[in-house]
Design a protein around this ligand. Sequence first.
Ligand SMILES: Cc1cc2nc3c(=O)[nH]c(=O)nc-3n(C[C@H](O)[C@H](O)[C@H](O)COP(=O)(O)O)c2cc1C
Length: 196
Amino acid sequence: VTRIGIIVGSTRPGRKADSVARWVYENARSRDDAAFEIVDLADYDLPHLDEPNPAAASAGYEGAHTRKWAARIASLDGFVFVTPEYNHSTSGVLKNAIDFLYVEWHNKAAGFVSYGLSGGTRAVEHLRLVMGELQVADVRAQIGLSLFTDFTAENELRPAGHHAPLLATMLDQVIAWSNALSPLRRQAEVMRAHGS
Ligand SMILES: Cc1cc2nc3c(=O)[nH]c(=O)nc-3n(C[C@H](O)[C@H](O)[C@H](O)COP(=O)(O)O)c2cc1C
């Protein structure tokens, strides 16, 4: 079964990211074309990147925290990145977590759910540039939640009605591209197993 990870892109105390990720999960879980799981960066406690070699050097990971994070991302076929907008970009904690790995991201698909004063769309634009470098196929449909109209005054998530159908479309696209790229993932695994 196709496995899609919903990556929670903030670890800030009082973060909105977890309620947004939960909304994605609750909308996705009844689908029978993929299995969904929440991947919470707060569970990984990654330091600022502390691997002596860049992940792209394929020299192996020294840190147990890196190996644990790598195993989780390697186990997934596609992603939904849940990202806040911090200073017109994504969060530092999410970028740092992305930078820890390389081959684990390759030939997979991704969609985005952002939030911010203007829907967090600038964070997604930056993430799309990063995805290109990591050979992640980023889909067109994206959800931008407004801090003004999709959350209550008590900061509870109450997404406007148009977001759920768009989320379904985005998930359709992520699943389709995750499946379409699976031969490339298998081929890369075989080549790695043969040391080439
Ligand atoms: C350091 C920082 C920078 C921010 N910059 C922006 C911004 O550029 N645009 C925006 O729409 N919201 C910005 N915000 C507001 C966040 O989108 C809002 O606080 C959101 O809840 C953060 O996500 P989180 O609660 O999951 O951490 C910023 C918040 C922080 C903490």
